[in-house]
Design a protein around this ligand. Structure first.
Ligand SMILES: O=C(CO)COP(=O)(O)O
Length: 247
């Protein structure tokens, strides 16, 4: 997949009717020059992967368990996602960290499980509003990166998504300077930690829309976006993909 990526995280949204949106997106972008990924709810993963099979658009999961199998009611393993047609899985989203108490250590274990199943892990991190106001945001996100990256991470199997919690689903987007500061710090930390840290895809997430995408993609070290609400319809997601192609 190209380094540039437009990834959609449908979160807990989408019924089978959502497959029409996937087909419309595919029709709008038959030969994209950037990577495109849809992460539907697990119930739709097989159907979305099937609808996208043989096209340039990939399908991914939104979370996985750290274990390969076992007595974990309600959980899904990385190999199950791969079996359902996923090539990627999001781990450590702030909604998982917040609502399910996932620590950096948990996230690193999930990312390692993803790698073990041949999936690319999209590791999410980002500071809260209070942490930003206290001036702790760079320390918070670089610590999250250090703790959430598993051994064996490379640019080929790992993507980092910077998603400031205060910008998710709020309509508030981090400004270009704020994004540049965070992404520069993350790039430096990736280069210090990984041999191919310069090649890791670094996504921004948090209220990305067609109207602000071009400005965000112009920021240094932004290789694409992890999009929530605006990824649910082809009409909203397609302009974001086009903006990334034009960057
Ligand atoms: O959390 C996000 C993607 O993972 C961002 O969500 P929104 O684009 O809805 O703000």
């Amino acid at each position: 997949m190209p380094k540039k990526l437009a990834a959609g995280n449908w979160k807990m949204n989408g019924l089978t009717a959502g497959l029409d949106e996937v087909r419309a997106l595919q029709a709008a972008h038959p030969e994209p020059s950037v990577g495109i990924l849809i992460c539907p709810p697990a119930t739709l993963l097989s159907a979305v992967a099937g609808a996208l099979g043989g096209t340039a658009i990939a399908a991914g999961g939104q979370d996985c368990h750290a274990e390969a199998n076992g007595a974990h009611t309600g959980d899904i393993s990385a190999s199950m996602l791969a079996d359902a047609g996923a090539s990627h899985v999001i781990v450590g989203h702030s909604e998982r960290r917040g609502e399910h108490g996932e620590s950096d250590e948990d996230v690193a274990a999930k990312a390692a499980a993803a790698h073990g199943a041949g999936l690319t892990a999209i590791i999410c991190l980002g500071e809260s509003q209070a942490q930003r106001e206290a001036g702790e945001h760079l320390a918070v996100i670089t610590a999250q990166l250090a703790g959430s990256l598993p051994g064996g991470a490379t640019a080929a199997n790992t993507i980092i998504a910077y998603e400031p919690i205060w910008a998710i689903g709020t309509g508030l987007t981090a400004g270009p300077e704020e994004i540049a500061e965070a992404h520069t710090a993350l790039r430096e930390a990736l280069e210090a930690r990984l041999q191919d840290g310069a090649e890791v895809t670094l996504l921004y997430g948090g209220s990305v829309k067609g109207a602000n995408a071009a400005e965000i993609f112009a920021v240094p070290n932004v290789d694409g976006a992890l999009v929530g609400g605006a990824s649910l319809t082809s009409a909203d997601f397609s302009p974001i993909i086009s903006a990334l192609e034009e960057t």
